[in-house]
Design a protein around this ligand. Structure first.
Ligand SMILES: C[S@@+](CC[C@H](N)C(=O)[O-])C[C@H]1O[C@@H](n2cnc3c(N)ncnc32)[C@H](O)[C@@H]1O
Length: 272
């Protein structure tokens, strides 16, 4: 049977444990990033999950935010992380058990949530919409499962804000092109309020922060991946590719490497 869910790196890769390990490592690095932590903190505060509530974390990855929600809704509430990638779901379950968290995890798809109408008090969806071909449909689905008065937080990246230094001005457009090509909807970040209002939800707050990498690390996998993709697509030549990698290494050794992308958040509610 073919998988009816949209194809993304997360779906196509989910049978390969080595790829899952890489995803977990990447999500862990991001979870430790100061900008990600600040924006998550802002969104959790605005969302205001309370004891006794039913929380849903769509595309929960390793379940870090499902555990935060589980703590917030205790006692008496329940936090569920929905995650289609079986490898990530297993990691999320194991980590929750190790942490003594009541968070629980389900298979499922943002585009067809396996939940009845109006049964969710608070919904979290972070950096998932950028991987979907039809994010507006997913947000309509979120609105369906939220109870009247229920709250929602969407957090996502906007890949047009990707900045890498050093990189010759001549190859910056190529890098911007491949950075955007890695997401199905690369400008998700700027569209959060648009999708929320289109789904009939009332926006209560917008936030932003920057995912800024440590200037002492070259952020090897990202630079290597983008460089290789630009080379493969004929957007840069061998010499430009080598200069990109060498320049990144040299800058990192001086603590002068720069790689950043802006993250946006929107918090909203379903009108009563
Ligand atoms: C960048 S990760 C973000 C994980 C987590 N929300 C976080 O911020 O750490 C993207 C997540 O979206 C999930 N995902 C991809 N397509 C999905 C879909 N159609 N429905 C639900 N989740 C999906 C992936 O499996 C992955 O866990």
């Amino acid at each position: 049977m073919t998988d009816p869910r949209p194809t993304s790196a997360f779906h196509t890769a989910n049978a390969d444990p080595a790829v899952t390990d890489r995803l977990v490592a990447a999500l862990d690095v991001q979870a430790g990033n100061a900008g990600v932590r600040r924006l998550r903190g802002w969104a959790h505060e605005r969302l205001g999950a309370r004891p006794g509530e039913r929380a849903l974390d769509v595309g929960c990855g390793t379940g870090s935010e499902t555990r935060v929600l589980a703590d917030a809704v205790a006692p008496g509430g329940v936090a569920t992380g929905l995650e289609p990638n079986p490898g990530l779901r297993a990691v999320a379950g194991r980590r929750a058990a190790e942490a003594g968290s009541t968070a629980r995890f389900l298979d499922g798809d943002a585009l067809a949530l396996p939940l009845p109408d109006a049964g969710v008090d608070v919904l979290w969806c972070e950096r998932v919409l950028q991987h979907l071909d039809d994010p507006a449909r997913a947000v309509a689905e979120f609105a369906r499962v939220l109870r009247p008065g229920g709250r929602i937080a969407l957090l996502d990246t906007d890949w047009s804000t990707f900045v890498l230094h050093p990189a010759d001005p001549g190859i910056r457009p190529a890098l911007a092109t491949v950075a955007r090509a890695n997401a199905a909807t690369p400008d998700a970040g700027r569209r959060l309020a648009d999708w929320l209002t289109a789904a009939g939800l009332g926006v209560d707050g917008l936030g932003a922060d920057v995912l800024l990498h440590d200037p002492r690390t070259v952020s090897g996998p990202i630079v290597e991946r983008l460089g290789a993709q630009a080379l493969q697509r004929g957007l840069i030549d061998e010499e430009q590719h080598e200069r990109l990698l060498a320049g990144a290494e040299e800058a990192a050794a001086r603590g002068a490497f720069h790689l950043s992308v802006t993250l946006f958040a929107a918090v909203a509610h379903r009108p009563r």
